[in-house]
Design a protein around this ligand. Structure first.
Ligand SMILES: NC(=O)c1ccc[n+]([C@@H]2O[C@H](COP(=O)([O-])OP(=O)(O)OC[C@H]3O[C@@H](n4cnc5c(N)ncnc54)[C@H](OP(=O)(O)O)[C@@H]3O)[C@@H](O)[C@H]2O)c1
Length: 278
């Protein structure tokens, strides 16, 4: 927090749905908001909405396609170059079970798209921004996961056999929670806290509409639970919340051996790409 009490908050995927809602609420509350999106026009629209709501140009735009690790790295570099502190990182960007069309897509390195966008990008971005978060402590990482969770099959983590987009989404969301538990332990004592949450079930957002499900809850419901978390009204770290209450995640999240395997897999995937890029 700066001397005037303003926090700097980065929200990935703030061009739509709950991320956009959060960006507006945080800016209205006085925070400096770093809007992230993959399309300049969509991100500028949110910036304009913030300008209109607050009468001030207090948001900035950062662009990156989180399906590509090279862009995640560039995003981290841009954040570090642009701000001298980061109080809150909200890993919110995601793709649901039906986008685009629910097909299995892999990148040039064989990484499945839902795993890449929903989990790997947030993992990499958080790790790259950790020095800044530690230097800005007390600071906070909020991982927007989901109650939709599926254990990872380490024999086929990219789901090459029998692809099911809902399973792909659910395993990427469990991976976020496993990362949350590990990272909270790792940064304990630094002043950085890390939690994960399921905001609300079937909010009225693009990813839910794409699946063809009638929404069960509003963006405001999930956004309010997430805001509570961002503002650390109930301090803690290494937790998983379902809405407003602490909850149990899938049991694989509590299996230290499974978390070790996920870390290994993740670091191997990142190292494989880094080698290929050089
Ligand atoms: N909706 C629910 O009921 C629900 C329930 C549980 C958890 N969640 C989680 O809540 C978070 C927000 O979901 P939402 O419902 O608000 O979704 P949404 O309205 O579909 O918004 C998703 C956001 O992620 C961005 N995004 C998607 N792919 C990206 C990529 N490759 N690179 C960069 N940005 C990308 C989108 O950008 P564009 O504007 O360019 O598309 C958009 O800003 C997600 O993590 C989701 O899994 C949602």
């Amino acid at each position: 927090m700066t001397g005037d009490g303003r926090r700097t908050v980065l929200i990935t995927g703030s061009t739509d749905g709950m991320g956009r809602w959060l960006a507006l609420r945080l800016a209205e509350a006085g925070d400096r908001v770093l809007i992230h999106g993959r399309h300049a026009d969509r991100a500028e629209e949110v910036r304009g909405a913030i300008r209109q709501a607050t009468g001030e140009d207090r948001a900035e735009v950062l662009l990156a396609d989180l399906a590509r690790l090279s862009e995640v790295d560039r995003l981290a570099d841009e954040v570090a170059a642009r701000v001298d502190r980061l109080d809150v990182l909200v890993n919110n960007a995601g793709i649901g079970g039906a986008s685009p069309g629910g097909r299995r897509e892999v990148d040039a390195y064989g990484i499945e798209r839902r795993f890449a966008v929903n989990y790997l990008a947030g993992y990499r971005l958080t790790r790259r921004l950790l020095p800044l978060l530690i230097a800005s402590a007390p600071s906070r990482v909020v991982n927007v996961a989901s109650a939709g969770q599926h254990a990872i099959d380490f024999a086929d983590p990219m789901l090459a056999a029998d692809y099911d987009p809902t399973r792909a989404y659910s395993q990427s969301k469990l991976a976020q929670i496993m990362f949350t538990f590990d990272l909270a332990e790792e940064v304990s004592g630094t002043g950085v806290t890390v939690d994960a949450l399921h905001p609300a079930t079937f909010m009225d957002t693009t990813m839910v509409r794409e699946v063809g499900i009638s929404p069960w809850s509003t963006v405001e419901e999930g956004g309010t639970a997430t805001l509570r978390f961002i503002n650390a009204i109930e301090p803690g770290s290494g937790r998983y919340f379902n809405g407003l209450g602490e909850a149990r995640a899938d049991r694989q999240a509590y299996d230290a051996d499974a978390r070790r395997k996920l870390r290994q897999l993740t670091d191997d995937l990142i190292a494989g790409q880094a080698t290929a890029r050089h």
